[in-house]
Design a protein around this ligand. Structure first.
Ligand SMILES: [Zn+2]
Length: 342
């Protein structure tokens, strides 16, 4: 009779024991605190709670993805450096359009990417000037109209940038769609925020410079509107106080496409209607796009599309951990409604 013995490697032992590692070893588990070097604490808990509220509405509306949203960011693996700062190493995110965890990660990533792109464009075109353009159309009242309208606006914008007077000074652009909910008349306002990069000749004379009312006319024509739309255009100063105007404009375009405070009110029936409309309205919509030199640089720097299904929402920070001292796992505690480190 022979005994079959097998040596268990450290790795295998870890895998075997892993489930037990997730159990609290003491009565008191440690609450997750992810504070960045600039002192800013990452809002994991707030975002997870907002995402769960949204998952609950999806569940009532019988959307299949409700359980996916509910699982978004439930387990967070962090690398910890020697100073104790955390860097997210692994997590699963639902990628849903209205999920507050995903939108927070997307906005961070988008802002970081755009700042790098803008810096590179300025390096190549130091004399270029920057404009911030806001293009709106009339409010709509349901999801179907919203969906149609967002497509029309993307088409209209593509058309407008090809107009001779716009195209001749254009270096590139970045556009982002935003939807706001009007709580008074229950309508939706969809608008485009555009960061435009133009040649310095744009400001030279009437042949090149486009006045506010001309932008309005161009937008009205491109969209075939029978009314005068609200259009706003601002020239951006490269440096203004502590934060450059370009950085402010980047932040403006890197906002969440829809704020949860816009659809999370005290009226549940109303919240359900808004989520239903927004789910339909934002379905298969590309909310961010680049053009011209900004698009080329985005491609050259091998950046992924932040509103894509495949987007990597784990690595959003520039301050990647240089040295990993150890790792921790933070798991959402459903009873205590916070992340606990195990
Ligand atoms: Zn999510």
């Amino acid at each position: 009779m022979s005994y079959h013995t097998k040596t268990v490697s450290r790795r295998e032992l870890f895998v075997i024991l892993y489930p037990y590692r997730t159990l609290p070893q003491h009565e008191k588990s440690i609450t997750l605190k992810d504070q960045k070097k600039n002192g800013k604490e990452q809002p994991w808990k707030e975002k997870k709670i907002a995402s769960l509220d949204y998952a609950e509405l999806l569940h009532i509306l019988e959307f299949n993805k409700a359980s996916r949203v509910q699982q978004c960011g439930t387990v967070l693996d962090f690398n910890v450096d020697h100073e104790g700062y955390l860097t997210l190493a692994h997590a699963w995110f639902c990628k849903s359009r209205l999920c507050q965890i995903c939108n927070w990660r997307r906005a961070m990533k988008h802002s970081g990417q755009t700042k790098k792109i803008v810096a590179e464009v300025i390096r190549r075109k130091p004399k270029a000037r920057w404009l911030f353009l806001t293009l709106t159309v009339k409010n709509v009242y349901d999801g179907e109209e919203l969906n149609q309208n967002l497509s029309e606006m993307a088409r209209g914008f593509r058309k407008m940038v090809q107009y001779k007077k716009v195209a001749k000074n254009m270096i590139g652009f970045m556009r982002a769609s935003e939807v706001t909910v009007n709580p008074k008349d229950h309508s939706y306002n969809q608008h485009l925020h555009v960061l435009l990069c133009v040649e310095s000749t744009y400001f030279k004379n009437q042949d090149n410079y486009i006045k506010q009312n001309e932008w309005t006319q161009f937008w009205q024509k491109a969209m075939k509107l029978d009314y005068t739309p609200v259009v706003n255009v601002q020239a951006i100063k490269p440096k203004n106080g502590e934060k450059s105007d370009i950085a402010s404009a980047v932040d403006e375009t890197a906002k969440y496409p829809v704020k949860s405070t816009d659809y999370m009110t005290d009226d549940r029936d109303r919240n359900l209607q808004v989520v239903k409309d927004l789910e339909e309205g934002l379905r298969q919509k590309r909310l961010i796009s680049y053009g011209g030199l900004l698009k080329e640089v985005h491609k050259e720097l091998h950046m992924d599309e932040v509103d894509d299904e495949e987007a990597d929402l784990i690595h959003t920070d520039e301050d990647e951990a240089e040295e990993v001292a150890y790792s921790i796992v933070a798991i959402w505690n459903w009873q205590k409604k916070k992340y606990l480190i195990h």
